[in-house]
Design a protein around this ligand. Structure first.
Ligand code: MN
Length: 316
């Protein structure tokens, strides 16, 4: 079986660095373009299944009409090419922490939206599929791994304990890679945005594109995976999209956002709301609330909640 995995799409009318193109948000259009690159890759390589490990949308509980329209266009185009798409809700897709109401019902017509723990036995050549949407319950996560069929490929949306978020901070996550049973073929976990091969049984696919300055320098794309009786081979395919460039020596092209020394010295400040941040910042805010992080992060969390957090932005 050969398939594509990605996660943390965070479809959004991003305000930073965007403009209107025929009335549509340019950064959302760039996200759609990356999905079309993925579709083209799948068609070229005869890949029939694409799995998304959660966080299709960005703004919890209030998805923009423009996002729904663009998402519907691109996902229906992928299914029209005979590719089966699978999604699980991530924490950003849920309305709130209760984890019952989500923003993805519209995907049911376009592929397989898996809304609760579900197993597909012997999907192909003895390989089973297992899905678990985002949960904050360690019991639910343990029950999932207790029940998971032999030789399963698992798709979940959990932070991973022992793996830093964006190479910066370690969070107290409920998912310890050690709980993955020996009989599981492989686990793909969304939530963190930076691609990482954590262990022979666990891979973080990462987001298909950079979203914020926090992502600068990190390659983004999707995974091309092949499973046979000898195991799994995973290849990270980089997508083509505008990037955040902090290092002046890094190759860049037109459309990228670059930070110059002058920008850093005399950075104009803009006010951002929590919705402009990707997972790292939202997670930091959440954990700052729980007083689990250091004073610096707590202060960012406090400023975020007060709508006062200011970040430097590069000049055009
Ligand atoms: Mn997430």
């Amino acid at each position: 079986m050969r398939f594509i995995v990605y996660s943390d799409l965070h479809l959004h009318c991003w305000s930073y660095g965007s403009k209107l193109i025929e009335g549509r948000n340019s950064r959302l259009l760039q996200q759609i373009d990356v999905l079309n690159q993925m579709k083209k890759y799948a068609v070229q390589h005869g890949i029939r299944d694409i799995f998304c490990c959660g966080d299709v949308t960005h703004t919890q509980g209030r998805t923009d009409a423009e996002v729904l329209m663009a998402g519907h266009e691109v996902f229906s185009g992928i299914s029209a090419d005979g590719i089966k798409q699978w999604w699980i809700p991530g924490n950003h897709d849920y309305k709130d922490r209760a984890g019952t109401i989500h923003s993805l019902s519209w995907l049911k017509e376009l592929g397989a939206l898996v809304e609760k723990q579900e197993f597909f036995l012997n999907y192909t050549n003895g390989t089973s599929l297992a899905f678990l949407p985002y949960t904050e319950s360690k019991d639910e996560l343990l029950a999932f791994f207790n029940n998971v069929p032999v030789n399963s490929i698992c798709f979940i949306h959990q932070g991973v304990s022992g793996v830093p978020v964006n190479s910066k901070i370690f969070l107290d996550e409920i998912f310890d890679p050690a709980i993955i049973p020996e009989h599981v073929a492989h686990v793909f976990s969304g939530h963190y945005h930076d691609h990482k091969l954590v262990s022979p049984k666990l891979t973080i696919p990462g987001a298909p594109m950079q979203h914020t300055w926090g992502d600068a320098g990190q390659p983004r794309g999707w995974l091309d995976c092949s499973v046979d009786e000898f195991g799994i081979v995973i290849k990270h395919i980089e997508s083509d999209h505008p990037k955040f460039i902090r290092d002046l020596a890094e190759p860049h092209k037109e459309g990228d956002w670059r930070e110059t020394l002058e920008d850093t010295m005399a950075a104009p400040k803009i006010k951002l709301s929590a919705a402009d941040f990707s997972d790292l910042d939202l997670i930091a805010e959440e954990y700052a609330t729980k007083k689990k992080l250091n004073a610096h992060t707590k202060s960012i969390g406090k400023q975020l909640r007060a709508g006062k957090y200011e970040v430097p932005v590069a000049k055009d």
